[in-house]
Design a protein around this ligand. Structure first.
Ligand code: CAA
Ligand code: FAD
Length: 383
């Protein structure tokens, strides 16, 4: 057990921190206000290697591992959760293509995801009637002589407005539920792909979330990612890694809110003394500090298991569940510590609270994380 980061991990963390402070933080309030897509920031992130943190160097990544990835995402999210979630999804897409793709698919797509040529990658699993239960999806891919034809629609797709490549899940047989689902690589500009308009969201407003329509989208044989009809486990494995990313993101937002509130409370005076001298506020600070420290340890534990190529499904869900819920509470306490000022847009804490809320919903709700953890424990104690 070693709690010290390696030189590489520290280097990636520092790169991410400097980029976050220099580029993301100054732009975050306007991005939230204007709902614009952070295209330039993402291009700069790609140049720094931040869109391929855990993919091989010969495919354009930095091959720094899952722990480095977690540390970087936390630093980025301290500055701007909206830009960071686009990066999380894009990294997840690069990893899934690298892991499940054949040599041609890997060399064709992974470098373009890492370099920003695709702007970012998108992950298209959810549908109107298939959110927590993606096995209920109805999007279909029909086999033809030349390859596949894709028909259907997806909902809630992060970076749906701009992503250059989507991984898309679709039914390729009549088998029910999670069976008979396959995974496809779909260029964003393929004829028949229509991008919906961005949803009006409570937070992470600089991260456009859209529907995608597929109408007779013709795909070659080479579009199939991984084994036919084994697409569902690919989605689940991708999400195991993705949940480490979201746990790290939530942690970053919780830390940003807490740090802001701690400083504010050291300067703000009431009853003739700084408000951080009141025990009530010290207890808020103590709870947030303790819980976010625990969230970081759980998240890094899941990431280190992933790096060690050991099973980490339960640990990733525990990290995502705990980190998102505790980061939300930390943001809520931070807002309380600012009193009425916290409720205004003059301070960033109301944005942190709005931004962090969705981390309990996407990449599997808190209830789904409990389901994953509970099932895994039950399996362990099966008589
Ligand atoms: N790793 C590998 N395989 C897995 C797996 C894992 N972690 N979890 C399940 N599988 C496999 C199972 O072994 C099973 O395989 P077989 O076909 O060989 O039997 C198959 O997948 C089906 O598994 P389940 O029966 O457990 O499936 P289920 O229908 O009960 O669903 C679930 C389980 C955990 C609830 C899952 O549906 C789930 O995670 N739901 C939430 C969906 C989600 O997180 N969506 C996120 C979308 S992306 C996103 O949100 C991005 C963003 O916001 C930024
Ligand atoms: P539902 O599944 O309808 O859930 C509603 C409620 O019922 C929740 O509280 C849920 O926990 C509960 N519930 C459902 N089933 C169970 C159960 N078995 N046990 C206990 N409780 C249960 N998806 C993508 O594919 N790609 C993306 O890039 C993407 N980005 C997103 C970005 C944003 C901003 C948002 C909001 C969502 C995004 N999603 C994406 C979709 C996201 O993953 C789903 O919203 C999420 O999985 C929940 O699905 P749902 O919204 O349909 O809610």
């Amino acid at each position: 057990m070693d709690f010290e980061p390696t030189e590489t991990q520290e280097m990636i963390q520092n790169t991410a921190r400097q980029f976050a402070e220099r580029v993301l933080a100054p732009k975050a309030p306007a991005l939230d206000r204007d709902h614009s897509f952070p295209k330039e920031s993402l291009a700069e992130a790609a140049e720094l290697g931040l869109l391929g943190i855990n993919v091989p160097a010969d495919l354009g990544g930095v091959e720094a591992g899952a722990v480095a990835y977690s540390l970087a995402i936390t630093e980025l999210a301290r500055a701007c959760a909206a830009t960071t979630v686009a990066m999380c999804v894009s990294n997840m897409v690069a990893e899934v293509v690298n892991h499940f793709g054949n040599a041609d698919q890997r060399s064709e797509h992974v470098p373009k995801l890492c370099s920003g040529e695709y702007v970012v990658g998108g992950f298209a699993l959810s549908e109107t009637g298939a959110g927590s239960d993606p096995g209920a999806m109805t999007t279909k891919a029909r086999k033809t002589d030349k390859g596949w034809v894709l028909d259907g629609s997806k909902l809630w797709i992060t970076s749906g407005t701009d992503a250059g490549l989507f991984v898309v899940w679709a039914r390729t047989s009549d088998a029910p539920g999670t069976k008979g689902i396959s995974c496809f690589l779909v260029p964003g500009d393929a004829p028949g792909v229509t991008r919906g308009k961005a949803e009006e969201k409570m937070g992470q407003r600089g991260s456009p979330t859209t529907a995608l329509e597929f109408e007779g989208v013709e795909l070659g044989e080479e579009a199939l990612l991984g084994e036919l009809e084994r697409g569902f486990p690919i989605a689940m494995m991708a999400l195991d890694g993705g949940r480490i990313g979201i746990a790290s993101l939530a942690l970053g937002v919780g830390l940003a809110a807490s740090e802001f509130a701690n400083k504010y409370a050291s300067e703000r005076k009431q009853f003739g003394r700084p408000i951080n001298s009141f025990q009530a506020l010290q207890w808020y600070m103590a709870d947030s500090h303790t819980e976010l420290s625990a969230a970081r340890l759980l998240t890094l534990r899941a990431a280190s298991l992933k790096d060690a190529k050991q099973p980490f499904t339960r640990e990733a869900s525990m990290a995502k569940l705990y980190s998102s819920e505790k980061a939300f509470q930390a943001c809520n306490r931070a807002l309380q510590m600012l009193g009425g000022y916290g409720y205004t847009q003059d301070f960033p804490v109301e944005r942190y609270l709005r931004d962090v809320r969705v981390t309990m919903i996407y990449e599997g709700t808190s209830e789904v994380q409990r389901l994953v953890i509970g099932r895994d424990i039950t399996r362990q104690f099966k008589s």
